[in-house]
Design a protein around this ligand. Sequence first.
Ligand code: ATP
Ligand code: MG
Length: 224
Amino acid sequence: MELKLIVKNLYKYYNEKPLFENCSYTFDRSGVYVLMGPNGSGKSTFLRMCAFLENPDRGEINYFEGNKVLPKDINLMRRITLLLPEVGVFNTTVFKNVAYGLKIRGFKNNKIKEKVEEALQFVGLSHKKEQNALTLSTGETKRMGIARALVLEPEVLFLDEPTASVDWKNTEIIENIIIQLKQRLNSIIVIATHDKESARRAGDFLLYIKDGRIDTKHPEKQIL
Ligand SMILES: Nc1ncnc2c1ncn2[C@@H]1O[C@H](COP(=O)(O)OP(=O)(O)OP(=O)(O)O)[C@@H](O)[C@H]1O
Ligand SMILES: [Mg+2]
């Protein structure tokens, strides 16, 4: 059954500075939600809270399956993936970097190989699989991060600045990957970005952090 994410009456402060005040939003349809807002408005903090890496000061962040609230346990965590702006890279091959999550989940080697090779092909990095991941370019590293998330087949995928410091060509590649990812995973994908063009091209729902809340606007109805 499909997951739903409901954020309700969320408050978050840092040193008395309000980031979120009575913020509510429901992510209940698969598709790409683009979260925009100025530097420091709380986009990354919002994604971290939704991925349970940080607690809100008040309010609720719940995942539902139908009408049932899911317990915040390892089973739920495994259905959610957050890709950070700086992709953590292990000092080993691209293949092993992408395989890591599957290995710790106990997948068999032949299954790992199959999934990793398919994901690398999907992000256009098949020819780099034996290269040390530390030697990849920024754009390639971002794509490797997406492959790493993809093999886990997350039902909710958070991407924090997937195209920051990426040139136009790689931005286009990443956008296309996101559009295909949406069709393939049929998941809730939430992207924090400053890239208005990407938002317009890849986004189904445009969200903007304003006065500590999430404002909703549909990209087609809005001039960015
Ligand atoms: N652990 C923390 N302790 C103190 N302040 C924090 C902490 N985490 C975030 N902040 C502050 O909260 C604010 C929001 O930060 P956040 O990274 O969520 O913004 P953002 O919208 O992602 O910005 P950017 O567009 O620059 O990535 C910033 O002022 C930041 O310094
Ligand atoms: Mg950020």
